[in-house]
Design a protein around this ligand. Structure first.
Ligand SMILES: [Zn+2]
Length: 194
């Protein structure tokens, strides 16, 4: 099993005066993944919808070809691509990557191995997918080891933390006072190292 970083951060669109990211997304999954991989990608997407109490709105979740969200400028599109190690390295991934994401203002490309190719368990693949989806929603790495957005895979599976949710809302300029799982909200520290 790999021990390497869970993802690389694409910073395109994060500089300058780009508008705050939105809350409506389309997630398109590469049909080259296995049926089990695809089910886990759908599950990872749903985990974000549930964690945000539906503030994150999925306009579309499908298997197929990315469409630039059918020209709907109010919808940001996340494309999850299956890549081999060789393809990932060619795209700029660090050796030993699990997944990585390059995002811009209104679209993101998530590059992932299949579960079989990477030797991951279903829980690890879903964790990686949730983490990379977090990047596609413009979240940066956090320093807290209990955060999903911690940059490397931990022995224990991490899920979306109160800190991750706090970041999700903060970068959108949404005041968030917490939910049932996170009374009072959450705190996070951006990991400035990577
Ligand atoms: Zn990452």
């Amino acid at each position: 099993m790999r021990t390497a970083f869970i993802g690389m951060v694409g910073l395109l669109g994060m500089m300058g005066c780009a508008p705050a990211p939105g809350t409506t997304y389309s997630v398109v999954i590469d049909p080259a993944f296995s049926a089990e991989d695809i089910a886990l990608a759908q599950q990872a997407t749903q985990a974000w919808v549930v964690a945000t109490d539906g503030v994150l709105n999925m306009w579309n979740v499908s298997v197929g070809t990315c469409t630039a969200a059918n020209g709907n400028r109010n919808v940001a599109e996340t494309c999850i691509h299956r890549v081999s190690d060789m393809q990932a390295l060619a795209l700029g991934a660090e050796p030993g990557f699990v997944g990585f994401t390059i995002w811009s203002e209104d679209s993101a490309d998530v590059y992932m191995p299949s579960m079989a190719d990477a030797g991951l368990s279903p829980a690890q693949l879903e964790e990686t997918l949730q983490h990379e989806l977090g990047h596609s929603f413009h979240l940066l790495h956090e320093a807290e080891k209990t955060a999903l957005m911690y940059p490397s895979m931990q022995p224990q599976i991490q899920t979306i933390s109160c800190g991750d949710l706090a970041q999700f809302y903060a970068i959108r300029g949404i005041q968030w006072l917490g939910n049932a799982g996170c009374p009072g909200g959450g705190t996070y520290t951006i990991d400035s190292e990577r």
